[in-house]
Design a protein around this ligand. Structure first.
Ligand code: TPP
Length: 566
C-alpha cells in the first residue's frame, strides 16, 4: 500500500469511529439500514456528499445511469419487480428536470420510488439568485410529478425526513416521493445513528359495515365479476380464492396475473374486446379493485359496465370514472380477505356464465392471433418463455399494444412492467432496472426502434451493470403506429414518422452488446433461447421490413381517446 493510500485509509477509519458524521454519510447509512441494496442515478456536484458516502461505505450497489430519465425508469422497474422501494438520486435543476418525464410514468403506475434530489446552498435556494444548477421553483416541478414532496431544511431532521419520504412512497396508494436536500445540508455534521430496519408502513383497514354491505351485494348477484387493477397486485391470493368460489375476473393491464392469466373464469387483460363487452352485458355485479378504469381500457369510460362496487386505498378515487353503488376505502388485500370471510365456501353463481368467461378469452386470443400475420410464432415463443417466470418489460410499440400487453402471459403480477402512461422510450432503462431486481430468470424487454432512440445511452449502462436482460427490438424503421394512424385518419400523409433509424448492430457493437438480427421469423425462437441461455445483456433485432406487416394494422386507440393504447 503506498503512503497516500495508507493516509487516506487512516483518515477514513478515524472518521468512521467519530461520534459525528456528515448528513451525506448519514443518508447513505440510513438507506442501507432500512434495506436498500441498489440505487440508480447520475453523480453531480450537488449529490456528491451522498454518493461519495455510498461508495465509501460499500453497502449499496450504485448503478450509474447515463441520464436521469433512465435512472428514474430503472428505479421504477426495480420497485415494481422487487415489490420494494426503488431509489434514484439526481442533481438539482436540469438533472431533476430530466427525471420528470419518467417520474410521470412512476406516478401513473403508482410505483414506490424514492427520488432523492438536491438543491443549491440554502442561502441561494428559492431566491432566483442565479446559482449554478438552480431552478427557482424546483419544488413546484417536483410536486407536479410526485405523490409527495419533502424538503430536508435542517441537518438535524434530514434522516427523519428521508425515512418519512420512503414510508410515504410505499404506503398505499404507493407512488414516487421526492426528497430534496440542499448541498450545504449534506455537508454538515450530525451525531451518528443506526436505524433498526424499515419503519412501519401504515395500512388502511376497510370499514367492517361496508364489507358487510359488499358481501350482501355479492350474495344477491348470480353473475359477479371482479375488475382487478394494479392496486390489487398485493391481493393475488385473496382475489384468486374469490374466483375459485365462483366470481369471474378481468384485469387491467397493470393488474395482469393477479388471478392466473389462463384461469377458466378469467378474461385476463382482454378487457375491451367485443367478447368482454358481451360478458359485461350479462354480469350483474362488478367489484372494481385498485383500478382507475383508465380511458384506454374502457373506451374513455364509454364502455358499458354492470352495477359497480369499488375498493381503493385512495378515497379520492371513489366513483371518479364511473358511478359506483358502494365504495370501500382500504387496502385491497384486507378488503378482499374481509369479503372472503363473509361469504360461503361456494357461491351460488351461474355456472354457464362462468364457463362463458374462459371461452370468451379463448375467442379473444384467437382473434388477436389472426391480426398478427407472420408474427404469431414470435408472440407464441415469447409467451411460452414468460409463463415460466421471466420479467416481461415492454416499451410503447405496436407489438406491445397488440400482443405484448395481453397475449404474452405473465407468471406473476410483479413480472409485468410497461409504460402505463403511454410514453415511448422508457423500455431500455426499465429492462435494466427489472433485470437488477433479484429475479433469477432473465428479463425479456420488447422495444420499438423509434422509442429506443430516446435512451440508446442506457445500453451502455446495461453492459456496464451486466444486467441480465434480452432486448427484443421490433424494427420497422420509423414510428409504425404513427404511420398507421396517419393512414387511418390523415389520408396517409406521413408527417415526421419516417425518421432515420440508427444501425443498431453498430450501436450495439460500439458498447460491446451482443447483437443478432433476425430476417426470417422462423429463426426467432432459437435466437431467443440462445440469448436467454447466455448471461448478461443481449439484443435480438427483428427486421420487420424483411418479415412484412401485421395482417391487421394497429392504428392506436379509438379516435377521441387520445394517446397510444398501451
Ligand atoms: C414520450 C412520447 N413521445 C411521443 C409519443 C408519440 N408516439 C407514440 S408511438 C410513437 C412511435 C413509436 O415508434 P417505435 O418505437 O418505432 O414503435 P412502433 O410504433 O414502430 O411499433 C410515438 C412517437 C409518445 N407516446 N410518447
Amino acid at each position: 500500500m503506498n503512503h497516500e493510500l495508507m493516509t487516506r485509509k487512516r483518515i477514513e477509519a478515524a472518521e468512521e469511529s467519530a461520534p459525528e458524521e456528515s448528513v451525506g454519510d448519514a443518508i447513505a447509512t440510513a438507506l442501507a439500514d432500512i434495506g436498500v441494496t441498489t440505487m440508480f442515478g447520475v453523480i453531480s456536484i450537488h449529490n456528491m456528499p451522498i454518493l461519495d458516502a455510498v461508495g465509501r461505505q460499500g453497502r449499496i450497489r450504485f448503478v450509474p445511469a447515463r441520464g436521469e430519465a433512465g435512472a428514474m425508469n430503472m428505479a421504477d422497474a426495480y420497485a415494481r419487480v422487487s415489490r420494494s422501494l426503488g431509489v434514484v438520486i439526481t442533481s438539482t435543476g436540469t438533472a431533476a428536470g430530466n427525471a420528470a418525464g419518467s417520474q410521470v410514468e412512476a406516478l401513473t403506475a403508482g410505483s414506490p420510488v424514492l427520488h432523492i434530489t438536491t438543491q443549491v446552498d440554502r442561502e441561494f435556494m428559492d431566491r432566483d439568485r442565479a446559482a449554478i444548477h438552480d431552478v427557482p421553483r424546483q419544488p413546484d416541478m417536483l410536486k407536479a410529478v410526485s405523490k409527495h414532496y419533502l424538503r430536508a431544511w435542517e441537518p438535524a431532521g434530514a434522516v427523519d425526513v428521508l425515512l418519512e419520504a420512503a414510508t410515504l412512497a410505499l404506503a398505499a396508494p404507493s407512488g414516487p416521493v421526492s426528497f430534496e436536500i440542499p448541498v450545504d445540508v449534506q455537508r454538515l455534521k450530525i451525531p451518528r445513528r443506526k436505524i433498526a430496519g424499515f419503519p412501519a408502513i401504515p395500512v388502511r383497514t376497510p370499514d367492517a359495515s361496508r364489507l358487510d354491505a359488499l358481501a350482501s351485494m355479492e350474495h344477491q348477484a348470480r353473475r359477479p365479476l371482479l375488475w382487478l387493477g394494479g392496486g390489487a397486485r398485493g391481493a393475488a391470493a385473496a382475489a384468486t380464492a374469490l374466483v375459485e368460489r365462483g366470481v369471474g375476473a378481468v384485469t387491467s393491464t397493470n393488474g395482469r396475473a393477479v388471478v392466473p392469466e389462463g384461469h377458466a373464469y378469467s378474461l385476463g387483460a382482454f378487457n375491451m374486446t367485443r367478447e368482454a363487452e358481451e360478458i359485461y352485458a350479462k354480469a350483474d355485479l362488478m367489484i372494481v379493485v385498485g383500478s382507475r378504469l383508465r380511458g384506454n381500457e374502457t373506451q374513455n369510460n364509454k364502455m358499458r359496465l354492470p352495477r359497480l362496487a369499488q375498493i381503493d386505498a385512495d378515497s379520492l378515487q371513489a366513483g371518479r370514472n364511473y358511478p359506483v353503488e358502494l365504495f370501500i376505502a382500504g387496502d385491497a388485500r384486507l378488503a378482499l380477505e374481509g369479503l372472503l370471510a363473509r361469504l360461503p365456501e361456494k357461491l351460488d353463481s351461474d355456472a354457464a356464465f362462468l364457463a362463458e368467461i374462459g371461452a370468451a378469452r379463448i375467442r379473444a386470443e384467437a382473434g388477436l392471433l389472426k391480426a398478427l400475420g407472420p408474427y404469431v410464432p414470435l408472440a407464441e415463443a415469447l409467451s411460452r418463455r414468460t409463463q415460466s417466470g421471466h420479467p416481461w418489460v415492454r416499451d410503447v410499440t405496436v407489438s406491445n399494444s397488440t400482443f405484448g400487453n395481453r397475449y404474452v402471459r405473465l407468471a406473476e403480477p410483479r413480472l409485468g412492467v410497461h409504460a402505463l402512461g403511454g410514453g415511448i422510450g422508457q423500455g431500455i432503462a426499465m429492462g435494466v432496472g427489472a433485470a437488477l431486481a433479484g429475479v433469477p430468470d432473465k428479463t425479456i424487454t420488447l422495444l420499438g426502434d423509434g422509442g429506443a432512440q430516446l435512451m440508446v445511452g442506457e445500453l451502455a449502462t446495461a453492459v456496464d451493470s451486466r444486467a441480465n436482460v434480452v432486448f427484443v427490438m421490433m424494427n420497422d424503421r420509423g414510428y409504425g403506429v404513427i404511420r398507421n394512424i396517419q393512414d387511418a385518419q390523415y389520408q396517409g400523409r406521413r408527417m415526421y414518422a419516417d425518421i432515420l433509424t440508427p444501425d443498431y448492430a453498430l450501436v450495439c457493437q460500439s458498447v460491446g452488446l451482443p447483437h443478432k438480427r433476425i430476417s426470417r421469423i422462423e429463426d426467432f425462437e432459437a435466437a431467443l433461447d440462445r440469448a436467454l441461455a447466455t448471461p448478461g445483456p443481449q439484443m435480438i433485432e427483428v427486421d420487420m421490413v424483411a418479415i412484412g406487416p401485421f395482417s391487421q394494422s394497429f392504428a392506436g386507440p379509438p379516435a377521441g381517446a387520445a394517446g397510444q393504447a398501451s
